[in-house]
Write a protein that binds this ligand. Structure first.
Ligand code: ATP
Length: 268
């Protein structure tokens, strides 16, 4: 049984069809990476998986339990299995690192202060941020903030981790560090994960399988080596990162040097 099962999922906002009959099954311990252009519905998909958005059709099952239609308490319990690593970390600025990482532990467990402090320390060590408990988010670099976000996401020992663009805005070295931490969390904690990223290098490093979301559908869900060789022109254009091709609905005009000079601009 897949840990995350997305079945015939569709979601529109008014006339805007974002997801159309999406199917994805993520097995226990698997790392699935979802690629896709900006605005293709990757975050909407994660929000449906968390039960934060209700699909128009289809459903999401977590460990065999369909979350749509669950009572509030049941959904709340189901969500505890998920650690969400938000885009740009989304830390509470008024709280220290320790308070941020321990937030869910204080709220959802009966752990003592000492037990929470130990767990926070353990989580910070796992993301390479030993001894940062007393810092405030304003004192952290972008990469450190993401890692605090990871530590917060793993605090409750979730079975599932969802990463929404964990490397956006980071330099290539920090992007690599974040990729390695995601792999370490997968290996060390045995979590099942979905990562949304625009960074192809880390996608190929951390993925057991890669999916490309295109015009509301999953175009491919394949092992990295098969995905790279997939002859679909959309996939190949995405991998090459070129403007010309079927990927964009409104392709940009050709570059200036390739454009024919209008006759009014013609030299005498
Ligand atoms: N709550 C909402 N109400 C209306 N439209 C929404 C809502 N949430 C998302 N959308 C629209 O759905 C589309 C997909 O958004 P989404 O954030 O999932 O894109 P994305 O693939 O994550 O993009 P990016 O890579 O740029 O973050 C966008 O056109 C967005 O404006």
């Amino acid at each position: 049984m897949p840990v995350i099962d997305v079945v015939n999922l569709s979601k529109s906002f008014g006339k805007l069809v974002v997801l159309s009959d999406v199917n994805l099954a993520v097995e226990e311990g698997e790392s699935l990476v979802i690629l896709g252009g900006s605005g293709t519905g990757k975050t909407v998909l994660l929000r449906c998986i968390m039960g934060l958005l209700t699909p128009d059709a289809g459903h999401v099952a977590l460990e065999g339990k369909v979350i749509q239609g669950m009572a509030r308490d049941e959904l709340f319990e189901a969500r505890k299995q998920i650690g969400m690593c938000f885009q740009m970390a989304a830390l509470f600025d008024s709280m220290s690192v320790e308070e941020n990482v321990g937030f869910a532990l204080r709220r959802h467990t009966t752990m003592t202060k000492g037990e929470i402090a130990d767990r926070v320390e353990e989580c910070l060590n796992l993301v390479g941020l030993k001894g940062t408990q007393n810092l405030r988010p304003a004192q952290l670099s972008g990469g450190m903030k993401r890692r605090v976000g990871f530590a917060r996401a793993i605090a409750l020992k979730p079975k599932i981790l969802l990463f929404d663009e964990p490397t956006t805005g980071l330099d290539p070295v920090m992007t690599d560090v974040i990729g390695r931490i995601i792999m370490d969390l997968k290996e060390g904690l045995g979590v099942t994960s979905i990562t949304i990223t625009h960074d192809l290098k880390s996608a190929f490093e951390i993925a057991d399988r890669i999916a490309l979301l295109f015009r509301g559908r999953c175009l491919a869900v394949q092992k990295p080596e098969d995905f790279r060789k997939n002859p679909d022109p959309v996939i190949q254009q995405f991998l090459r990162g070129e403007a010309d091709g079927p990927f964009l609905q409104d392709p940009p005009p050709p570059p200036m040097h390739a454009r024919k000079r209008p006759s009014s601009e013609a030299k005498p």
